[in-house]
Design a protein around this ligand. Structure first.
Ligand code: GLC
Length: 470
């Protein structure tokens, strides 16, 4: 009897051990957490983080590209789809429905004039250092050759992998490559159905495709999940896989955005590790300029034309000074600008947009030193302009003067010289413990902003704001 009991005990323990160590168990269990040791957001030191983020912080200016079969409609990407959006109607689960027009647009999508090298050239001419392309938006259409769905670019009349051409062109030109992926999906039949396990596994498979098939990926840009429930998502599996495939990856803060507490029968509240990972590397103020913040990384994403992300025929476009102003506000406030372009159904970018981007690049390039590789501050930015700094130099972007002068808060470092960045002419300055005053007659100022380089006796410590904290 005793021998039989011992046998049963050994056998059942063995089964438990085998079950627990199998990947199936890890998938099925609501509690099991996979090995997160390669995930930098959890493990890296501040110095390692600075090293991983450096190119991104130095880059300042990127191009966002919202594009897909929907551009044929001229309406907004995904939001122009006239069908129910599970979890995006007041946070309520609604049945998935179709839009007979929108969901069939891919059958006509044939962007024969798409030339990824051309896009990269346009971005370079604008002074952009990275590009982020939609690979799948909320409408569920994959712009890449995905083995996991037929609703993809391979089934359009065009029939060639857009993401591949884009990635190749970026790699060839030394352009940093970013891929946008919307976890939220209003087309997929399994999205948020039941415990969501099917969809969750499927989309992670797509992310793995994106991070396996296109060479080095520098940024992955998620765009929200629906449903208020942590238990419906395996973010631990997602992050472990992403960093196994692309160790240096930079990730935005929307991989788990809109997930609320799990229901009791699920996994319970997210662990601190999950929150730390899914908060990602940078904040994403949308259609708004980030307020100055030198302590956290952030990137404003804004549309160049109107308030629409995908192509809008005849939409109102920013003027050159406004567009340069957006960039300067981000740079001086400690962030990046991801400026969105909506290519046309043909695959081309509108001529008027190309021309404006080029003009912006022509303004930026002679002022490159004051932009790329700098950090925001030390002067708090505002209506008057802003500042950036690098080494012993502070770059003042002056816009609004009071008559001939610009009054700035006190600076602890000593100013040794003040010169215009363009042309190098001297700028008169007065420095006291009450503040700094720069003077320049109106006829010596430059268009949009006058950039003035202040040479200091020592560097500005990172993250400090002159005359007050932020
Ligand atoms: C929002 C919108 C989406 C857009 C994104 C860009 O999440 O839903 O359409 O692509 O912002 O930041």
């Amino acid at each position: 009897m005793k021998a039989r009991l011992t046998f049963l005990w050994v056998a059942s323990s063995l089964a438990a051990v085998l079950f627990a160590s199998s990947p199936l168990y890890a998938q099925a269990s609501k509690e099991a957490i996979v090995d997160l040791s390669p995930v930098p957001q959890i493990h890296e030191t501040p110095a390692q983080r600075d090293a991983r983020m450096q190119w991104w912080r130095d880059a300042k200016f990127g191009m966002f590209l919202h594009w897909g079969p929907n551009s044929l409609s001229g309406k907004e990407l995904s939001w122009g789809r006239d069908a129910h959006r599970p979890w995006d109607i007041n946070g309520v689960q609604t049945p998935r429905t179709e839009d007979a027009y929108y969901d069939n647009l891919y059958k006509q999508f044939n962007p024969v004039k798409f030339n990824a090298r051309e896009w990269v050239k346009i971005a370079q001419a604008a002074g952009m250092k990275y590009m982020v392309l939609i690979t799948k938006h909320h409408d569920g259409f994959s712009m890449f050759d995905s083995k996991l769905t037929d609703y993809d670019i391979m089934n359009t009349p065009y029939g060639r992998d857009i993401v591949k051409q884009f990635a190749d062109a970026c790699h060839k030109a030394g352009m940093k490559l970013g891929l946008y992926y919307s976890t939220r999906d209003w087309y997929h039949p399994d999205y948020l159905v039941g415990d969501n396990a099917k969809y969750d596994k499927w989309y992670r498979g797509q992310v793995e495709e994106l991070l396996s098939n296109y060479g080095k990926v520098d940024v992955i840009w998620f765009d929200h999940v629906g449903g208020r429930d942590w238990g419906k998502w395996r973010f631990d599996e997602l992050f472990a896989a992403m960093y196994r495939l692309q160790p240096g990856l930079v990730i935005n803060n929307r991989a788990a955005r809109f997930c609320g507490p799990a229901t009791p029968e699920d996994r319970g509240p997210a662990s601190p590790e999950i929150n730390k990972m899914t908060d990602g590397d940078f904040g994403t103020p949308e259609q708004a300029l980030g307020t100055m913040d030198l302590k956290h990384d952030w990137e404003s994403c804004m549309t160049l034309v109107g308030d629409q992300w995908s192509w809008k025929p005849d939409g109102k476009m920013y003027a050159l000074d406004e567009m340069v102003g957006l960039l300067v506000s981000c740079v001086t406030g400690g962030g990046n600008l991801l400026l969105n372009i909506g290519p046309m159904p043909t695959g081309e970018i509108e001529g008027r947009q190309v021309a404006l981007l080029k003009q912006a690049g022509d303004w930026i390039k002679p002022r490159a030193k004051a932009i790329y590789g700098t950090r925001g501050g030390p002067f708090a930015n505002g209506e008057w302009g802003g500042s950036s700094h690098h080494g012993n130099t502070v770059y003042v972007f002056a816009k609004k003067w009071q008559d001939e002068t610009l009054s700035l808060p006190p600076l602890p470092q000593k100013i040794k010289a003040a010169r215009k960045l363009i042309g190098g002419g001297k700028v008169a300055f007065k420095q006291t413990d009450k503040g700094v005053e720069l003077s320049l007659p109106a006829d010596r100022r430059d268009p949009i902003f006058t950039v003035i380089a202040l040479t200091l006796d020592q560097p500005v410590p990172a993250g400090t704001v002159a005359g007050g904290k932020r």
